[in-house]
Design a protein around this ligand. Structure first.
Ligand code: GUN
Ligand code: ZN
Length: 429
């Protein structure tokens, strides 16, 4: 039994903040501590009270930095670590020119394993301790993804993409092969350590009706698995989806028709939703995922968070590497803040940090394990330094409140502001 006390300013959100004046949605201790035993949080709060619960614990002193739950990224692509920062006109051009050719390389297990190392280092260097990723069509890529995440003790979600048309030959499976390989991966990895499987039909443009049928069967037969896909990201993509599936009511209607939507479904982008589609999301519990750096980079459009919230729909927020341009959830908040500003929607720093921790955990239905510093949760934590660069230190001189400090972190911060990342109590940096 190993016990460690982490000292610092401890911050964890209990619920979504109602707004600027709402100081009751989180727990914050200036002189705080987190007690960890065998990778799990035993207690977090005022240092004196936490110390009383500790035995002969090792002490790690992070004062005066902030200790928070590790960040959660609800949508990104493992085989796109070398696609990030590729110049492209728009989604379909970018996919065909850079992304599909790059993903061909992941047929090779050795390449997949090497990329997995870089991918996970990228996550934890930026304070991310859980992520939901698409692998390539090749089982080799999913094996590398899960093996590396499992080795590091992380809570990770992912799946091989199912795609059987309108892409290079080497990226295509068949309805039967995609069903069989997904099922094998589910059997091997879903519930192994902290791994979860996401059934992953890439999007309607690269799946035949027979393959979407197979994906629907997987969803029906594996109710504890996640389902992830893309919808309503780009206007040309939407037009093509309607051409390919003329009998569907709309783009989301395609996935609806094949039984893919439920409360474990994660829908990337959701920028150009119709009113009917918003209604379907509210009814089925499928969650939209906001990918601000990607939506700006690919010129896809502005995610309308407030309209979804008005219908009771909680969104995830994510990097979408490599359409997205940074591994950093802090930089994701920075760009997300601006996307919402353009629509006269405000993102308060409390709301922002709640979103990338508890909020995303709630969207995944994994709040018992991740997203807060509550007793019983895994000790997945990030240590943040708002004075990490000379420019941040200068700005910090004028910071007078926790909200101002958080805002500085989300606007100016990146991996340099991440002093340490812990996965199940183990330091990663
Ligand atoms: N739609 C289908 N595949 C992708 C992808 O890899 N990235 C993005 N941003 N959108 C997609
Ligand atoms: Zn994506």
């Amino acid at each position: 039994m190993s016990e460690t006390i982490f000292l610092g300013r401890v911050l964890s959100f209990d619920r979504r903040c109602a707004g600027a004046g709402d100081e009751t949605a989180f727990t914050y201790e200036e002189d705080g501590a987190v007690l960890v035993r065998d990778g799990r949080i035993i207690a977090a709060g005022a240092a004196e009270a936490v110390r009383r619960q500790a035995g002969a614990a090792q002490v790690v002193d992070h004062r005066p930095h902030l200790i928070m739950p590790g960040f959660i990224d609800t949508h990104l692509h493992f085989p796109q670590v070398q696609v990030l920062a590729s110049w492209g006109a728009d989604l379909l051009d970018w996919l065909n020119t850079y992304t599909f050719p790059e993903e061909l390389r992941f047929a090779d297990a050795a390449h997949s394993a090497r990329m997995a190392g870089g991918f996970y280092d990228g996550l934890t260097n930026h304070g991310t301790t859980t992520a939901v990723a698409y692998c390539s069509v090749h089982s080799e890529s999913a094996e590398a993804y899960f093996a590396e995440g499992h080795k590091r003790g992380m809570c990770m979600i992912g799946g091989k993409v199912m795609m059987d048309c309108h892409a290079p030959e080497g990226l295509l499976d068949t309805p039967q092969k995609s069903y069989d390989e997904s099922l094998d991966l589910i059997g091997k990895w879903h519930g192994t350590g902290r791994m979860h499987y996401a059934i992953s039909p890439r999007f309607a443009l690269t799946s035949s009706p027979e393959q979407l049928e197979a994906a629907g069967a997987l969803v029906r037969e594996n109710p504890t698995c996640f389902m992830q896909t893309h919808v309503d990201e780009n206007v040309d993509e939407i037009a093509r989806a309607k051409e390919l599936y003329p009998s569907a009511k709309d783009y989301l209607g395609i996935y609806e028709d094949y039984g893919l939507l439920n409360e474990r479904a994660l829908l990337g982008h959701c920028i150009h939703l119709t009113e009917r589609e918003v209604g379907v999301m509210a009814e089925t519990g499928a969650a939209p995922v906001f990918c601000p750096t990607s939506n700006l980079f690919l010129g896809s459009g502005l995610f309308d968070e407030a309209s979804l919230r008005a219908k009771g729909i909680e969104s995830g927020i994510a990097t979408d590497i490599g359409g997205g341009t940074s591994y950093s959830m802090l930089q994701t908040l920075n760009e997300g803040y601006k996307v919402l500003q353009l629509q006269q929607q405000q993102m308060h720093p409390y709301t922002a940090f709640d979103w990338i921790t508890r909020g995303n955990a709630e969207v995944l239905g994994l709040r018992d394990d991740i997203g807060t510093l509550e007793a019983g949760s895994a000790a997945d934590m990030v240590v943040l330094d708002a004075g990490a660069t000379p420019e941040m230190r200068l700005r910090q001189e004028r910071v007078e409140s926790l909200a101002e400090e958080l805002f500085l972190l989300m606007i100016m911060g990146d991996d340099r502001a991440v002093a340490q990342t812990y996965v199940a109590g183990v330091a990663q940096k």
